[in-house]
Write a protein that binds this ligand. Sequence first.
Ligand SMILES: CC(C)(COP(=O)(O)OP(=O)(O)OC[C@H]1O[C@@H](n2cnc3c(N)ncnc32)[C@H](O)[C@@H]1OP(=O)(O)O)[C@@H](O)C(=O)NCCC(=O)NCCS
Length: 161
Amino acid sequence: MYSLSQERPDDLWEVEALYDLCFAPGRTLLSSYRLRDGVPPVAELCRVAKDEAGVIGGVIRYWPIRIGAAQALLLGPVAVHPTAQGEGLGAALIRDTLERARDLEWGRVLLVGDEPYYRRFGFAKIEDVEMPPPTNPERVLALELRPGAWSGVTGTVTRKT
Ligand SMILES: CC(C)(COP(=O)(O)OP(=O)(O)OC[C@H]1O[C@@H](n2cnc3c(N)ncnc32)[C@H](O)[C@@H]1OP(=O)(O)O)[C@@H](O)C(=O)NCCC(=O)NCCS
């Protein structure tokens, strides 16, 4: 049984270890990490799933980004411990935080990931919004939390300064 809560400062190393376990070495060299450099994550949307013993089995973080003058959320990284995968924990973390993001009046969410997984949450490939290279455009997916929020938003994603 897992419960979701906001990531706390003393969760940091356990969270980083979980990301290291779940992603290929060199994950921080991905272009999406350049959008996170020196920018604080959105604290209310950085959530962990802890078991009864307080051990973290899943984690999600979000960063603010810009596309021209438009603001958006960058979802991720999201990771679930290999021993807990396939039990709905990833979906629970994603659904919980998207609901919170809507409540916090964010309108747009972007991510780089597998469309076959993320389409169940409403994400779809977005045209004319480019992540910094090298990023496969097929993996750039977007979700509207407010109807029409992505209309007319085009260009290159940049770091929120
Ligand atoms: C991706 C991840 C967060 C999903 O978390 P999870 O708790 O295992 O997922 P859920 O239990 O919510 O969903 C499981 C379902 O998603 C599917 N799924 C998982 N990863 C998938 C992927 N990359 N592409 C397509 N489907 C995927 C599973 O096959 C399963 O399908 P089913 O419901 O038909 O049985 C987790 O597998 C993980 O940490 N993977 C390694 C890190 C990673 O790839 N993170 C995402 C970066 S884009």
